[in-house]
Ligand binder design. Structure first.
Ligand SMILES: Nc1nc2c(ncn2[C@@H]2O[C@H](COP(=O)(O)OP(=O)(O)O)[C@@H](O)[C@H]2O)c(=O)[nH]1
Ligand SMILES: [Mg+2]
Length: 441
């Protein structure tokens, strides 16, 4: 037996920095209980809040605090954990750190160390850790929901189910090898295995499609405003963004680069982009470059808003079918052919802006609907799922090859899938399932 090194007891401020009503100092490690004895005289019953006087080694009062104790393994890190809810002043927290820092066996936690210990003690798997990271940085409802799904282990359950599907197919092929002298048993086992692999490939592919929608939640849905010069694109950006982000002027060709503004709409992060007006080549190299950028932005937009105005006769049409057509300058009351599907607005009077906002919100929701259910959300997951699909398709493409080659590919697929959550040992699981399968042999 290798002797286990006793980990340090770590501590850190777990709440925000600076002046606040309450600051929470958290400790994790074998001496967390000892710290409570040193500071308050006793350890309160586990998971029960207690009001205690905190005292320094010299007996002087540091603060009155609410303290909590969680005995291992029933804590966030899996170790003994203590929480000190002190008054949220820098001075109190500093004094506490001073007291704790000089005790042998204690040290300040490194970045992410509490979570790292939680992972090491199997309180969280890798996907849950990533979910926690996303949750802590979530700025809107959609991001929060998605992060919660990862953090609460719902996404991990899906990965585990996929892994089990691979293992069940694998055990069938293993059986067909073991029973290869009994022809019909071998054939039956293989016949049962192939459809499982095909189903899994479709599930993995569907998950990748869904993950593309998720990109919009993570980095923001790209809404691009395009149209001819002077129709009021920059004015529209400003009114939607609620600030003067883009320059508005009667001079055609004022906007030359893509101007972006970030906002939240229905809990979704939106990147709203204003672009250079599109017309026939201007002869001005900078404006032409601006138009090229505008076309590229419009082409890659999640939502394209095409703006027209009655006082501007447009020479060019939208670079692709727009999601919304906006007729601006409704206040001008010029006679024109109304486009039934267009939304009439005036950035000058504010008419129609609410309608546009609602239409935009509805489109944004449509474009991201179901994205909160996404499982494959990070590049790391995407690469692993793609690799799994490749391996499985490799099996499907060669049904006649030696079974040992197929089982090797499946084993590797199971390893790739379990690397996503980072916890389960494939061979262990296979041992279990296989031993069940082979009962009576
Ligand atoms: N009458 C009227 N003029 C507008 C309206 N919106 C913008 N304009 C004017 O149209 C001109 C071009 O506006 P701008 O936002 O710079 O258009 P862009 O070139 O498409 O970005 C400016 O003189 C604006 O004041 C509107 O709703 N009504
Ligand atoms: Mg402009």
């Amino acid at each position: 037996m290798i002797p286990q090194v006793r980990p340090d007891t770590i501590f850190a401020l777990s709440s925000g920095h600076g002046r606040a009503g309450i600051a929470v100092v958290r400790l994790s490690g074998p001496l967390a209980g000892q710290a409570l004895i040193d500071l308050t005289g006793s350890i309160p019953p586990a998971r029960h809040a207690a009001l205690r006087m905190l005292r320094g080694a010299d007996g002087s009062v540091i603060d009155e605090a609410m303290v909590l104790f969680f005995a291992e393994p029933n804590s966030v890190t899996g170790e003994d954990v203590a929480e000190l809810h002190v008054h949220g002043s820098t001075a109190v927290v500093e004094r506490l750190f001073g007291e704790l820092g000089i005790k042998p066996g204690f040290r300040f936690a490194e970045a992410g160390e509490f979570t790292h210990r939680a992972f090491a003690n199997r309180k969280l798997d890798l996907v849950e850790v990533e979910g926690l990271v996303d949750l802590l940085s979530a700025t809107g409802e959609a991001q929060r929901k998605l992060a919660m799904r990862q953090f609460l282990g719902e996404a991990s359950e899906v990965y585990n189910a996929w892994r089990l599907a691979v293992i069940s197919a694998l055990s069938l092929f293993e059986a067909s090898i073991d029973f290869s002298d009994e022809d019909d048993v071998a054939v039956k086992a293989q016949n049962a295995a192939w459809p499982r692999i095909r189903n899994l490939v479709s599930e993995l592919e569907a998950a990748l499609v869904q993950s593309e929608k998720f990109g919009a939640i993570r980095s923001g849905l790209r809404v691009v405003i395009a149209g001819a010069p002077n129709v009021g694109k920059s004015s529209l950006l400003n009114i939607l963004a609620g600030r003067e982000a883009a320059i508005v002027s009667p001079v055609a060709g004022t906007t030359r680069d893509v101007v972006e503004s970030h906002l939240q709409m229905a809990g979704l992060p939106i990147v709203l982009a204003d672009t250079a007006g599109l017309r026939d080549a201007s002869g001005d190299a900078i404006e032409d470059e601006g138009m090229a950028r505008a076309k590229a932005a419009a082409g890659s937009a999640d939502i394209l808003i095409w703006v027209v105005a009655p006082d501007v006769s447009s020479q060019v049409g939208p670079p692709r079918a727009p999601d919304l057509i906006v007729e601006n300058k409704a206040d001008l009351e010029l006679i024109r052919n109304r486009n039934e599907s267009a939304i009439a607005v005036s950035t000058r009077t504010g008419v129609g802006i609410d309608d546009l906002y609602r239409a935009l919100q509805k489109l944004a929701e449509q474009k991201t609907s179901g994205a909160e259910q996404a499982v494959v959300v990070r590049q790391r997951h995407i690469l692993a799922v793609r690799k799994s699909i490749r391996l499985l398709n490799n099996c499907l493409a060669q049904p006649q090859r030696a079974m040992e080659l197929t089982t090797e590919d499946l084993r590797q697929t199971a390893r790739v899938l379990s690397s996503i959550t980072g916890h389960v040992d494939v061979e262990d699981l296979l041992g279990n399932i296989f031993s069940e399968f082979c009962i009576g042999k």
